[in-house]
Design a protein around this ligand. Structure first.
Ligand code: 4NP
Length: 154
């Protein structure tokens, strides 16, 4: 079973949403994955996802209310196959702390999406449309990632 860790800055908006969407979409496809999310920062450790993201995700059928934020740990680099960064800053931060002998694929999540957009923009300081945009991008990324994983291990 492939193991996927989504990584953003606070682990309360983008990466928990990606965790919830991928969990739901992979179940619908019958593909078993182990999925978590984490933040590069520690400000929100132990917090539930942002209320605006919980609400926007719920409207699309994804329940993320039970998730709690945690920070990326060194062991993540050994325990996951994919560390998927939501934006370039997250990816750069991961590469900066990655132990030299790690085996995981540290990629931008949207590299798997069928879209020109490579980064999932941080919706934290913006309006409600930002959360919808993030969910649109995450749904595209989740579809592309599942296609990729299915192709890789038929
Ligand atoms: P996230 O959004 O990285 O998608 O969880 C943010 C949440 C909180 C903060 C920044 C981004 N913050 O500065 O507290």
């Amino acid at each position: 079973m492939k193991r996927v860790l989504f990584v953003c800055l606070g682990n309360i908006c983008r990466s928990p949403a990606a965790e919830g969407v991928l969990r739901s979409v992979s179940r619908n496809r019958g593909l078993e994955l182990y999925i978590e999310s984490a933040g590069t920062g520690n400000w929100h450790v132990g917090d539930p996802p942002d209320a605006r993201m919980i609400k926007s995700a719920a409207r699309r059928g994804y329940d993320i209310s039970h998730l709690r934020a945690r920070q990326v740990e060194l062991s993540d680099f050994y325990e996951f196959d994919y560390l998927l960064a939501m934006d370039l800053r997250n990816q750069t931060d991961l590469l900066a702390i990655a132990p030299p002998n790690h085996k995981c694929d540290i990629r931008l999540f949207l590299d798997f999406a069928d879209t020109e957009i490579r980064e999932t923009p941080d919706p934290y300081f913006g309006g409600p449309q930002g959360f919808e945009n993030v969910l649109d991008l995450i749904e595209a990324g989740a579809k592309g990632l599942l296609d990729h994983i299915e192709d890789e291990s038929p």
